[in-house]
Design a protein around this ligand. Structure first.
Ligand code: PFF
Length: 452
């Protein structure tokens, strides 16, 4: 095992930096692209309620657990388990996280690439004069093209690699601290615009009014998968970020703030999109093209649309970038600490390898669309496997590790900063990570996957 002398590891420089980076990871395409369409496909308000339940009862505790493990061990996602449980098989959780990172980034960079194409189109006024049908067709033909989407995917991976290359403090923290406030401002501006559209009421009803007849176990599994994906939990991203957090940081508070910001932005994304979807008579269950088809349509028809289109796709690109950076960091931290590569080499190898896998995800909307297994394309499998299987599974093992292996004494010592902070919720927290979260996730798995 490589031992890195204390003080040599990169770290975040301030609490604001920690929050910007972790919220940057959590807030992403998951909130603005994935959440609205998964909610749309699963019937709206009732899905939202279950989703919120999962964020509070499982998402937030798992996030805190990941920070705790990472900060205790001061290592990457796999090395943390090796260090805290030497000679035991717990490190396999970390290995699963590295695999998940590859899968997620491979399909995530596809969509991230689309945002750049759409940003480019909106700047060059490419939507102008197109009817809804034409907009839908041009999205579909862009998606299915063999080169253009791959080109944008590579550009996006390059940007991601560029930030990670520069390090934790001088790369990730520096950029997320500037980008996150911009993101927040843009999303608020567009939500206000959307709410003032005529006919927006129906969209709000769809988003907020629960209709429990829509609930099935697969909807519940989707809500759990979406909650895990959105908070970036279950694969060691937050273990990795946790390992860069200063020993005096208040971890429960940070985890709570990050979970709250993420949830707030997902709801704002719903408020931004559904009123518009209904105001323009579009099917909320449109699927993964929802924001790319719906929004250009609306921007076309509303005053100031040119300006709002640029704002929106800038928002999407920023949200995606601060998340892709965190996923790449999982791989880079692992490569550099466990395989002894320099950060720069690790970044290059990691980004190139992921980009290559990513081509398959991107082309599964075009040339590879016919390769399907159980009705899912390669992209569909990367998404389903990572969000609905690997992340919840990772979350189960992460909490079991902290709850049963590390145990109350170690966990309390770490989250209370060696006894300096008063942690009133410790018993509730231990109960959640030892029993509630693992049992609940297992149950959702069994039913949601149709195993029973
Ligand atoms: N949380 C990100 C989003 O909502 O877009 C996606 C993500 C990032 C998932 C990092 C997992 C992860 F480790």
């Amino acid at each position: 095992m490589v031992t890195i002398p204390a003080g040599e590891r990169d770290s975040f420089g301030s609490t604001i930096g920690v929050i910007a980076a972790a919220a940057g990871s959590a807030v992403g395409l998951g909130n603005i692209w994935r959440f609205p369409y998964v909610l749309g496909e699963n019937g709206g308000g009732a899905f939202l309620l279950i989703y919120l339940g999962f964020i509070l009862a499982i998402g937030f505790p798992v996030m805190l657990t990941e920070f705790t493990i990472g900060r205790r061990a001061q290592r990457n996602a796999l090395g943390s388990f090796k260090k805290l449980a030497p000679g035991k098989p717990w490190y396999l959780i970390g290995l699963m996280g590295i695999v998940a990172a590859f899968l997620i980034l491979a399909f995530y960079s596809t969509i991230a690439g689309w945002t750049l194409e759409y940003l480019y189109e909106s700047i060059t006024n490419g939507f102008s004069g197109k009817s809804s049908v034409e907009l839908k067709n041009s999205f579909e033909s862009f998606q299915a093209a063999p080169f253009r989407p791959v080109f944008w995917q590579f550009i996006f991976m390059f940007l991601t690699g560029y930030i990670v290359f520069s390090g934790v403090k001088n790369g990730i923290e520096k950029y997320t601290k500037v980008l996150m406030p911009i993101l927040l401002l843009i999303i608020i501006i567009i939500s206000v615009r959307s709410l003032t559209l005529e006919g927006s009421r129906e969209g709000l009803i769809f988003l907020f009014k629960p209709d429990f007849s829509k609930i099935s176990w697969s909807v519940v599994l989707d809500a759990l998968g979406q909650a895990a994906f959105s908070l970036s939990i279950g694969m060691g991203t937050l273990i990795t970020y946790g390992s860069y957090i200063n020993k005096s940081n208040n971890l429960p508070r940070t985890a709570f703030q990050v979970s709250a910001i993420d949830t707030f932005i997902a709801i704002l994304a719903g408020i931004m999109i559904f009123p518009a979807v209904f105001a323009f008579n579009i099917d909320p269950a449109e699927g993964s093209g929802l924001v790319f088809i719906v929004l250009p349509n609306i921007f076309q028809q509303m005053p100031g649309g040119y300006f709002f289109a640029i704002l929106f796709f800038t928002l999407l690109a920023i949200a995606a970038l601060t998340s892709t950076v965190s996923v790449l960091e999982v791989v880079v931290a692992y490569f550099s600490e466990e395989l002894n590569l320099s950060r720069k080499k690790a970044t290059i190898i990691g980004s190139v390898a992921i980009s290559v896998v990513g081509i398959f995800a991107t082309l599964s909307f075009g040339p590879l669309a016919k390769y399907k297994l159980l009705d899912k394309t390669i992209f569909g499998w990367f998404d389903y496997l990572s969000a609905n299987i690997l992340l919840p599974l990772g979350a189960i093992f992460i909490v079991l590790f902290a709850g049963w292996y590390l145990g109350r004494k170690n966990v309390l010592d770490e989250i209370s900063n060696g006894g300096l902070l008063k942690i009133r919720i410790i018993s509730v927290f231990m109960f959640i990570i030892k029993f509630l979260a693992p049992i609940a996730i297992t149950a959702v798995f069994i039913y949601g996957l149709g195993l029973m």
